[in-house]
Design a protein around this ligand. Structure first.
Ligand code: HSE
Length: 319
């Protein structure tokens, strides 16, 4: 039997402009690490926090996405009383728009599943990770947890019943993510949204979403760029991101095919192809944020990056 499992789960970009709450993709090279261990003592109310952003998340198990998602899985298995210890290495900044709470939840359920001998396949872990999102930000959206678990590009066709599709996007697209150094809570970024829209807006948004997928699948990058137009969230959320408009303009002028808010922000992503330099696009965006008074970090990743993966498993020698 395993006594301890350590898992990495990546950061993600959700929404991809016009796909609010229904699409996202994994990023390479940035993410959270969770270790789940069989504990000798009683199941504690707190998880252990490590890493650069340990001080930004609650240790209380029911309020932390890593703890709440693991507890949802134990409840589904009828093993609520199982004594486990969760250690979260919080490497992703909180309130960044890069799926920080999702990565913690995804790594946690992936590790716990492995510890328990894999009673679920990876897709079946998504609803548990969604409970982690609910604990962290109040809504159980799946567009960060699903790509963090599965990797690559993921489409959520339906939430009820959950219908999640992994989409194989042809190679050749790179993503630049700029994280300006301010925090935007997902709950706040959802509070500013309009709740109802005219039919004409819904029609235009649906057309963009369908065209975005078509462009990605056929390699028609002009179409991808034309379709990255969000009429639902972006118009309301830009007020929370100083420098957003100039960063977007700078990205497009530097040759990006499209640019938008990553998840609920403040991070901003741009897609690049061909001989356009992602570094040049990233640097133009960072300069724009700096002019707005914000320093920032940069990530450059291929669009199809791997999902959650095992780093280490310790086997118990007592059978
Ligand atoms: N789809 C979610 C939102 C993603 O935009 O609120 C949060 O990262």
């Amino acid at each position: 039997m395993k006594k301890s499992v350590t898992v990495f789960a990546p950061a993600t970009v959700a929404n991809i402009s016009c796909g609010f709450d229904i699409m996202g993709f994994a990023l390479k090279g940035a993410g959270d690490v969770v270790t789940v261990s069989v504990s000798d003592g009683p199941a504690g109310d707190e998880i252990i926090l490590k890493g650069r952003y340990a001080g930004s998340v609650p240790a209380g198990r029911s309020r932390n996405s890593a703890g709440a998602s693991a507890d949802a899985m134990l409840a589904a298995l009828g093993r609520k009383e199982m004594n486990i210890q969760i250690t979260l290495e919080k490497n992703l900044p909180v309130g960044s728009g890069m799926g920080s709470s999702a990565a913690g939840a995804a790594a946690s359920v992936y590790a716990l599943n492995s510890l328990l001998g894999s009673p679920f396949d990876t897709k079946e872990l998504i609803p548990f990770a969604m409970e982690g999102e609910r604990a962290a930000c109040g809504t159980a959206h799946a567009d960060n947890v699903a790509p963090s678990l599965l990797g690559g590009f993921v489409l959520i066709r339906s939430y009820d019943p959950l219908d999640i599709i992994t989409v194989k996007i042809p190679e050749g697209i790179q993503c630049v993510v700029i994280h300006p150094h301010i925090e935007v809570k997902t709950s706040d970024a959802r509070r500013v949204l309009r709740k109802d829209f005219p039919l004409s807006t819904v029609t235009r948004q649906s057309a963009n979403t369908a065209a975005l997928m078509t462009g990605l699948l056929t390699g028609d990058f002009d179409l991808v760029g034309r379709s990255m137009n969000d009429l639902l969230a972006e118009p309301r959320r830009t007020q929370l991101i100083p420098g957003f408009h100039s960063a977007k303009k700078a990205a497009l002028e530097a040759g990006a095919i499209g640019c938008g808010i990553s998840g609920s922000g403040p991070s901003v992503f741009a897609l690049c192809t061909g001989n356009v330099s992602s570094e040049a696009v990233g640097s133009a965006m960072q300069k724009a944020f700096l002019a707005a008074g914000l320093s920032s970090d940069l990530i450059i990743s291929p669009l199809m990056a791997p999902g959650a993966s095992l780093i280490n498993a310790e086997i118990n020698d007592i059978q």
